[in-house]
Design a protein around this ligand. Structure first.
Ligand code: ATP
Length: 328
């Protein structure tokens, strides 16, 4: 028989994303609502190993729903990848009377949680918090909506200056393995071309498209490039390439970088995080473990972590088609 859960811990791990605080708040308040004890673990798995814990009440999470980043701090932790590190973490959890934990993070954080569960039969629940939207088992991860809105807002501003000077801008956005940010923000901001890791459109097509753009009288062009795009050239090399082959263009580069991770979460991310936090605690109390909470067709669902970490979510083919039509 499994042990009754009386105290749940919550941690954030891996890269931070806007909305993580809303998820922490939700886990803490759901515990309070269900008359469970709750502890926060600071600095991800490193804090778990170090015993960096703090007991939480419903009031501990006042005024954080609107804040970006994570109040618990996040960290990457090499030691947790070792059996010795995980043993130390287990000892700390036992010392603090913790019966289960909710980890808010990405694939790596879930892989760590799964391994921990396999070794210690310790209940673990995952909440997807990453701006990349690349986790199987959910249509949206917490932080993605905020990130694409940030990118669209910035591109709108870049377009103002681009059209004033008849310039072409290459804008690099995050996405080493997946192009969800590039594709969604690109369609939303009306980009002329969107280069993503899932497709290799080729440099020839890019030149053709830019030539067409110029001929049709467009006063500016924005090309969104995901970090991991497959042309084999980074944004600065793309700039050089286009200037060499299409000297009519005055080309500029903008690398958006970490600003995409920051900022106050959108209402969508806050609501998503609040819903996922409730579901995570309820699922643990229903005796479930090793699942990730996700959302599909606006319903919350549970996917085994082993499935969720198998691959990245493929790019939405219908949106690729829409983007092709929009860039005509
Ligand atoms: P992001 O989407 O930002 O990359 P992530 O959760 O995937 O987030 P990672 O750095 O991959 O981020 O993982 C976070 C932490 O999870 C690692 O620092 C490590 O402590 C733990 N972890 C990752 N993979 C494993 C694993 N295979 N075994 C044990 N622990 C792991």
């Amino acid at each position: 028989m499994t042990k009754q859960i009386k105290k749940i811990a919550v941690l954030t791990s891996g890269g931070d994303s806007p909305g993580m605080n809303a998820a922490i708040r939700s886990v803490v308040r759901t515990c309070a609502f269900m008359k469970l004890e709750c502890a926060a673990i600071y600095r991800g798995y490193q804090g778990m190993i170090d015993g960096d814990f703090k007991d939480m009440t419903a009031r501990s999470v006042n005024n954080i729903i609107n804040k970006g980043g994570t109040i618990l701090k996040s960290a990457r932790c090499e030691e947790f990848r070792t059996p010795e590190g995980r043993q130390k973490a287990y000892n700390q959890l036992k010392k603090h009377n913790i019966d289960a934990f909710v980890v808010i993070g990405g694939n790596g954080s879930f892989a760590g949680g799964l391994k921990f569960n396999e070794e210690f039969n310790f209940p673990v629940m995952g909440i997807p918090g990453t701006i990349d939207n690349d986790i199987l088992g959910t249509s949206y991860t917490i932080g993605f909506d905020t990130a694409i809105n940030t990118v669209v807002e910035v591109i709108d501003k870049i377009r103002d200056t681009a059209s004033s000077h008849n310039r072409l801008f290459f804008v690099e956005v995050m996405g080493r393995d997946v192009g969800h940010i590039a594709l969604n923000a690109g369609v939303g901001a009306g980009a002329e071309e969107i280069l993503i890791p899932e497709q290799n459109l080729g440099l020839e097509r890019l030149l053709e498209s830019l030539k067409r753009s110029k001929k049709s009288g467009k006063s500016s062009s924005i090309v969104i490039v995901a970090e991991g795009d497959k042309t084999g050239k980074n944004v600065f090399e793309l700039k050089d390439y286009v200037e060499e082959h299409l000297p009519i263009y005055d080309v500029r580069v903008s690398v958006l970088g970490h600003m995409q991770r920051g900022g106050s979460p959108t209402c969508f991310d806050r609501v998503l995080a609040s819903r996922m936090g409730v579901k995570a605690v309820e699922a643990l109390m229903a005796g479930k473990s090793n699942y990730m909470v996700g959302i599909r067709d606006n319903n919350l669902i549970l996917t085994p972590i082993s499935e969720a970490i198998k691959a990245h979510t493929p790019v939405d083919e219908e949106l690729v088609r829409v983007s092709d039509i929009m860039t005509t």
